[in-house]
Design a protein around this ligand. Structure first.
Ligand SMILES: [Fe+2]
Ligand SMILES: [Fe+2]
Length: 339
């Protein structure tokens, strides 16, 4: 079984029968002869992930566990609230959600732009036949380019895909631009949570775990956005465009599966290895990872959703009252998730 891959292999494309172009926008990936969407850079990457996973399982390991318990927490606005607003002609909150999601995707390009430390010196075992041995051999680069595209080559990634989907249903220029929050990972404010490791390794491990949570929970909004776009009552004057927008999001979801799976694979592999510590000793990596993950997962599925919902509520209430009056605001609030 092939377990070592070159950078060129991990970033190679399938031969597409058709490029991915939507209303003149060149987007990544393409279509096979049957018209099925094929993610970019997935020819050898998908095979490699499969082989590394089989190898991990043969050693008694498993993909890192990430399940639906990570999807808990109130949402503001939830699909029912968003639908109510759109029915009453208030499209700004939905437009903002789509825009912020696209801009957050663009930030993911840092995976391709930043030089991360190699884990080879941290890990006692030989990682050359593992996915974690290929992080800086194309795996993180491919991931980052999936998110932020190749603007220099005129190829849009997920960021542009969200903007194209958005512009299909809400005319450009309708709303003022918005920016996402500075940091969407857990604020760690300089405190060391893996003091037994050198800080650059803590930084990378924390990034991988935060990213898994962010990618996993992103699915909540992806599903909501599709549900709204596919609601026959909404965007009644442009149903076909709304269906097409939902299709673009489906392609993003297909790409994201590769990201979630590769992150679960990296962390699954890491749970089976041994880390070198700053004091010259070693520690089973799973001790460090599981401890960090427990705190992070609790924050991301309990504390963070409540905070985010409260922030959204504070932003939305004045907007709804101004555009729809007190009666609409009251109706909106009766649909809210329990908090
Ligand atoms: Fe993405
Ligand atoms: Fe992703």
């Amino acid at each position: 079984m092939k377990l070592t891959y070159t950078r060129a292999e991990l970033t190679d494309h399938h031969a597409y029968a058709e490029p991915h172009i939507v209303h003149g926008n060149r987007l990544h990936g393409g279509f096979d002869a049957q018209g099925e969407y094929v993610p970019p850079r997935s020819k050898s990457r998908a095979e490699a992930i499969g082989n590394w996973t089989a190898s991990l399982e043969a050693r008694g390991g498993a993909l890192f566990e990430a399940d639906n318990s990570l999807l808990r927490g109130p949402r503001m606005p939830n699909p029912a609230q968003q639908t109510l607003l759109l029915e009453r002609g208030i499209s700004q909150p939905f437009w903002n959600n789509l825009t912020v999601t696209g801009k957050l995707e663009a930030r993911g390009r840092l995976l391709a732009d930043v030089q991360f430390p190699s884990l080879a010196e941290l890990i006692v075992e030989d990682t050359r036949e593992m996915a974690v041995g290929h992080l800086d051999e194309g795996m993180l680069w491919a991931h980052g380019i999936d998110e932020g595209g190749q603007p220099d080559e005129g190829i849009g990634g997920h960021d542009v895909m969200w903007f194209v989907a958005r512009d299909l249903v809400i005319d450009p220029g309708t709303h003022a631009d918005v920016e996402p929050p500075e940091n969407i990972g857990r604020p760690e404010a300089g405190q060391r949570l893996m003091p037994e490791l050198q800080p650059q390794y803590e930084g990378l491990l924390s990034l991988l775990m935060n990213l898994l949570i962010i990618e996993f929970r992103a699915e909540i909004f992806f599903a909501t956005a599709q549900e709204i776009l596919r609601n026959p009552v909404l965007f009644a004057d442009r149903r076909q465009a709304a269906e097409e927008a939902a299709e673009i999001i489906e392609r993003i979801r297909t790409d994201e599966q590769i990201h979630v799976e590769s992150l679960r694979l990296y962390l699954g592999e890491l749970r089976e290895v041994t880390f070198r510590t700053v004091d010259g000793g070693t520690v089973p990596a799973r001790q460090v990872i599981d401890r960090f993950w427990t705190g992070l997962a609790a924050w991301a599925s309990d504390e963070q959703p409540k905070l985010a919902a409260a922030q959204q509520r504070a932003l939305l209430e004045p907007l709804i009252e101004a555009q729809g009056g007190a009666a609409l605001l009251a109706e909106f609030n009766t649909l809210a998730d329990p908090h």
